[in-house]
Design a protein around this ligand. Structure first.
Ligand SMILES: [Zn+2]
Length: 335
């Protein structure tokens, strides 16, 4: 079984001085925790807020990239960058955890396909098209519908990502952006960190029709651990900021498995995985407090009757298949 977490916001924590060599008391991710949790690979997202202007977003992404590079240099005996599934398997054989790079929010590329290619060349292998606001590429689930889905530039971005072999990530996108991307993309697409709208109504979550369409195109939905995306009851308390009762309704790791169950039922076992959102969320489910606890999810899945083969798909196999497909279809593009 190869365990892959498709979304950690750890680069922001690196800028605040997190040392990944040690088991930190604060935060969700460091190498001792990833090792304890049996995580073989994690995507570190270069995250920028929609409040930053293009130039400021670019600078922020570069600073996060530089911090990841410094950190990996200092942790050579524990981890290594990977840019393909093949490299991640090689790292695992050497006893190293793989760090993949993603970019959460396309604002750093501004209006430039050249900057998109630059980040690809730096090792970035997925881009979440936007975050909590519309940008030059597309509309966000939290936006005002500026473009009515993908912008004309966004269409060029998706085509260029297809030809580079960069995974299109629709977490945070509006439903119309989702539909536009599915129509346009020549390769399967993913959501790296979204849960199920049928179980928790947040607009950021995937509706059943979205799960079905994603699956029909060979993609994968990676279930997010954020309690606000797992439970309406918790989201209500959280939004009203009532900490004491918040503790009472905090969902446990079992709720994550409820979302996995639902996504499997709707999309099929080949189209579900997990993207924790660790280090990007201020609270985690009980029993799943950090990356060191991830095995509780798989133990619960075993308890619910999943076979080891099915578990391996959800743990990382499905995401790696999509990653391979995206690389393969980019090669076809080049001919
Ligand atoms: Zn996010």
């Amino acid at each position: 079984m190869f365990v892959l977490d498709s979304h950690c916001d750890t680069p922001s924590a690196l800028l605040e001085g997190r040392d990944l060599r040690i088991d930190n008391h604060v935060g969700h991710v460091d190498f001792p925790k990833l090792k304890k949790g049996g995580v073989d690979a994690a995507f570190f997202a270069l995250y920028t807020s929609n409040s930053l202007s293009g130039e400021a977003a670019l600078e922020r992404a570069l600073r996060e990239l530089a911090a990841v590079q410094d950190s990996l240099e200092a942790c050579k005996d524990l981890a290594a960058l990977a840019v393909s599934p093949a490299e991640a398997f090689e790292n695992k054989a050497k006893g190293l955890i793989s760090i993949f790079l993603g970019m959460e929010n396309g604002s750093p590329i501004q209006d430039s396909l050249s900057l998109l290619r630059f980040f690809y060349r730096c090792g970035v292998r997925y881009m979440t098209l936007t975050h909590n606001g519309d940008n030059l590429i597309c509309d966000s689930a939290a936006g005002s519908g500026r473009w009515g889905g993908l912008s004309p530039f966004g269409r060029e971005v998706v085509r260029e990502m297809n030809s580079l072999g960069m995974i299109v990530d629709l977490a945070h996108c509006s439903d119309k952006t989702f539909t536009d991307c599915l129509e346009l993309s020549q390769a399967p697409i993913v959501s790296t960190h979204s849960s199920c709208r049928a179980l928790a109504s947040h607009r950021r979550n995937m509706a059943d029709w979205m799960l079905k369409e994603l699956a029909a195109q060979g993609g994968v939905c990676q279930i997010n651990f954020y309690p606000v995306f797992l439970s309406d009851e918790y989201a209500l308390v959280h939004n009203e900021d009532v900490p004491e009762s918040g503790a009472e309704v905090l969902p446990s790791f079992r709720r994550v498995v409820d979302h996995i169950d639902h996504a499997v039922e709707v999309a099929g076992i080949d189209h579900v995985g997990f993207g924790s959102d660790f280090d990007g969320i201020e609270v985690a489910p009980s029993g799943l407090e950090n990356a060191g606890k991830i095995q509780v999810v798989f133990d619960e899945m075993r308890r619910r009757g999943y076979s080891e083969e099915d578990l391996a798909k959800v743990a990382g196999g499905n995401f790696l298949r999509v990653f391979e497909d995206v690389i393969r279809s980019s090669n076809l593009f080049k001919k």
